[in-house]
Every structure is written in C-alpha cells, then in structure tokens.
Design a protein around this ligand. Structure first.
Ligand code: FDA
Length: 402
C-alpha cells in the first residue's frame, strides 16, 4: 500500500533541512518534523550570530570518529564549494575570517531562510512544533507517532543532532531510535567545550580570567591507526572556571578525562635557553624579563605556581631552576578537572556508530529505509565550519538516496 509520504525527516536543523530539500527536489513527498518552537536555533546562534557555514579547506582529517574513513564519501560528494555555490546563488554576502572559515557578513538568519526556501522549492511539508513519540517499523515502511498524530513514510531520516545545549531543544531521541533498532552507539560526550580546573595548583591562575594569548596545545597518545592525538596553534583564554578559547575548544575533543593537556605559552621561543643566555647581560628581575614576552598578570601566576619570589633576579637564578621555569612555560602539562559539559559544548562527540551505516547513503545497513545524518552520527568536526559541512554533506547524500 502506498504510504502517505516517501520520507519523514525528524529534526529540522542543518542536516534535516538539507536532506528534506534535496529529497523533495527529486520529487519525493517529504514530511519534516521538529519539536522546537523556533526553526534551526543552532544555526541562528552559530558563529556568534553570523554562522561559520563551512570551511573551504574541509577534508576528512578535520573530523573525529571511531571509523575515520567513513566521512570521506559524503564529504567528497557534497563539498564546501557546493555549499558555497548555494550561498552565492542566494546572494548572501560572506567573508573568510581565519583559515578557510566562511561567515555571513550580516546574519545566520540568511542561511536559515536559504534552507527554508530550498525546502519550499521542493514542496516539503512541515510539522512544527511537533513532538515525536516513537518510530516503529511496519511492512514496507515506518510509522512515526507524534503528539499531532501518526505519519506513515517509506523511509525515516533521523536528524535530531546531539546533546549539546539542551536549553534550545537538544534531545537523545536519535540515540534512542538507533538503540531500538539495534544499532550500536559510540558513547556520546561533550566536544568543543571549555575545560575546568580547580585545586591548589590552579589557585595562582584563578585571578587571570580575561587574559588571552596564542599558544600551542596538545594532548593524547597512541601510534598509527589508533592514535588519538590533537595538536593546535590557536588562541587560549583564561576564564573564571578554567580555560577556553579556540585552542582549548579544539583540544577538548581529543582530551580524555584524567589525562593532561600540554600548553606551550611561547611557541616561538626556547624560554630556558633565552633566560640562561641572558643571565650575564640582563640586570632585571625575572618577572620583568618574562613580562616582555607574556602578559604581566600571567607571569605573576607562573612565578607563584612555580615557587619563585616575585622579586627574584634573573642573574641570581641557578640554571636548573630556569630550566624548570622554561618547562613550565614551553611544556606546561595540566590535568583538567572536567569540562563545562553539554551546557556549553558546541558539539557532541560519539553517537550512532558509523560501522552500522552505509557511507554512500547514511542508511542503516541492517534496517532498510532508516537513515541517520548530521551530529547524531559519530562524526565530529573541528571548530571552524567543519560541523556544518558534515551536516550539509551527510544530509545531501541521504537526500539523494531516500
Ligand atoms: P541540529 O542540532 O542543527 O538540529 C537538530 C534538530 O532536531 C533541532 O532543530 C532540534 O530541535 C530537533 N530535535 C531534537 N530532538 C528532537 C525530538 N525529540 N523531536 C523532534 N525534533 C527534535 N558548527 C559550525 O560548523 N560552525 C559554527 O559556526 C558553529 N557554531 C556553533 C555555535 C554553538 C553555540 C553551537 C551549540 C554549535 C555550533 N556549531 C557550529 C555546531 C553546529 O551547530 C552543529 O554541528 C549542527 O547544527 C548539527 O546539525 P544537525 O542538523 O545534526 O543538528
């Protein structure tokens, strides 16, 4: 028997709207369902309201997954250039901010309006706000039970995103449906998130909130295929609860609880060598020397944390102590207490295990007609427009296949 719809897409965010538009423009009868009052809140708040909608350098190495090759197919079939072409077609003024990151000049609302218009072009049907209660398999299709009645569809696409920012509507529905249909999950955890620190060793850095500087940061271990190592050179920001800024958001996705992150606060300089070489010629206090290279308040914190008197003179310092201080600046290993969690995380790592999905179509290998796209899936991008590119690409390939 013919179903009411060819496709029901659950979640009208970045991936869901892209998928619905592509499927509808292929002539499919599409129903797009979302429980939120306001459309695509995450796109609206993204990029500080200007939506970093893609990264022109997006490539598989910018994504984390237990199955790192999975994202290649979708990313190559729908590229950053493809999305950019759509943005240009809608005459949305944009600019490159930093390392390939493309932002709207005016507002992220323009991206939402563009996707809505692409959905309208194909005649997508909307049910919003509408709460999804369950999804069940019936002969040749699915029934989606909602608080506005049942929807029958030949295929169902789950595009409900991750757990980040629950106050704007994030839920675990995608994971629950995956589990219901027997798909494994890679344990979800917050990514692109500020890290928190406390205890006596952090006390000297508590007053530094607001200080920002460019650093190198790294974490992780392992070799070859199983390596989970991150290394970034970006800005670091001291906060009231610990550390944030792009450097920390990036490294947070690689960080494992209980392990250290390693900061190089002066990547251009071997601090110990410079200090030892300066001992005979520089007649200043150690703090004043360092304040020529680092913010003065940070220098105070570093001297205190490493047991140096504030008025210590460089010329009086034994080389061994200067080496220790050099290490504390060039190789500062600190163990975060935790992270600010889903309340502040820009993304959710983990999700539906991609080994259970087709990389060409995003369909569950063992459940014909059931698709998972976007952040619900265990593919997570770096900071910088990569996560939207994954949403567009995975939404596109599913939209072509349903
Ligand atoms: P998304 O979260 O976009 O959509 C999921 C949809 O499903 C929502 O509309 C939600 O209401 C709906 N839903 C959830 N549960 C449901 C249920 N039970 N029933 C019905 N509907 C349900 N990325 C980037 O590339 N550039 C950037 O500039 C930013 N900036 C940014 C800022 C902030 C503050 C955050 C939190 C995140 C970003 N991101 C980002 C990440 C990016 O927003 C994110 O990766 C994508 O929106 C993911 O797209 P999805 O479509 O998968 O989920």
């Amino acid at each position: 028997m013919a179903k009411q719809y060819d496709v029901a897409v659950i979640g009208a965010g970045a991936a869901g709207m892209m998928c619905a538009a592509v499927a509808a423009q292929r002539g499919k009868r599409v129903m797009l369902i979302d429980h939120a009052e306001k459309l695509a809140e995450k796109i609206r708040i993204s990029g500080g309201g200007r939506c970093n909608f893609t990264n022109i350098n997006a490539a598989p190495q910018h994504f984390l997954s237990e199955n790192p090759h999975f994202c290649k197919s979708a990313l190559s079939r729908y590229t950053a250039q493809d999305f950019l072409a759509l943005v240009k077609k809608y005459r949305i003024a944009h600019h490159e901010k930093h390392r390939g990151q493309l932002f709207c000049d005016e507002s992220s609302e323009q991206i939402i309006a563009m996707l809505k218009s692409e959905c309208e072009k194909g005649g997508v049907n909307w049910r919003m706000p509408c709460k999804v209660e369950s999804v069940s398999k019936v002969e040749e299709g699915f029934v989606v039970a909602t608080d506005h009645g049942e929807i029958e569809a030949s295929s169902v696409v789950i595009a409900t995103g991750g757990l980040s920012i629950p106050k704007i509507g994030a839920t675990d529905l995608g994971y629950r449906i995956a589990t219901q249909f027997g798909l494994p999950l890679v344990e979800p955890r917050p990514g692109l998130v500020p890290l928190t620190f406390d205890g006596p060793s952090w006390a000297p850095f508590v007053p530094l909130a607001g200080i920002a500087l460019e650093v190198e940061v790294s974490t992780g271990s392992g070799k070859g295929k199983n390596a989970k190592k991150g290394h970034f050179r970006e800005d670091l920001l001291f906060t009231h609860r610990g550390l944030s800024g792009p450097a920390i958001l990036q490294i947070s996705s690689y960080w494992q609880p209980g392990t250290p992150i390693v900061l190089n606060l002066l990547p251009e300089m071997d601090v110990a060598e410079e200090l030892i070489a300066g001992k005979t010629t520089i007649k200043k206090q150690l703090g004043n020397v360092l304040a020529g290279w680092l913010p003065a308040r940070l220098v105070d914190g570093l001297l205190l944390a490493n047991g140096f008197a504030p008025d210590a003179r460089l010329a009086d310092m034994p080389d061994a102590k200067l080496r220790k201080l050099g290490d504390a600046i060039n190789r500062w290993a600190i163990v975060p207490t935790g992270s600010e969690g889903y309340r502040k995380a820009e993304v959710t790592l983990g999700g539906v295990d991609t080994r259970a999905l087709s990389q060409q179509t995003m369909m569950a290998k063992d459940v014909p007609g059931l698709y998972f796209i976007g952040e619900t899936v265990d593919v997570t991008g770096w900071l910088g427009g990569y996560n939207f590119q994954w949403a567009w690409a995975s939404g596109f390939v599913a939209g072509q296949s349903v």
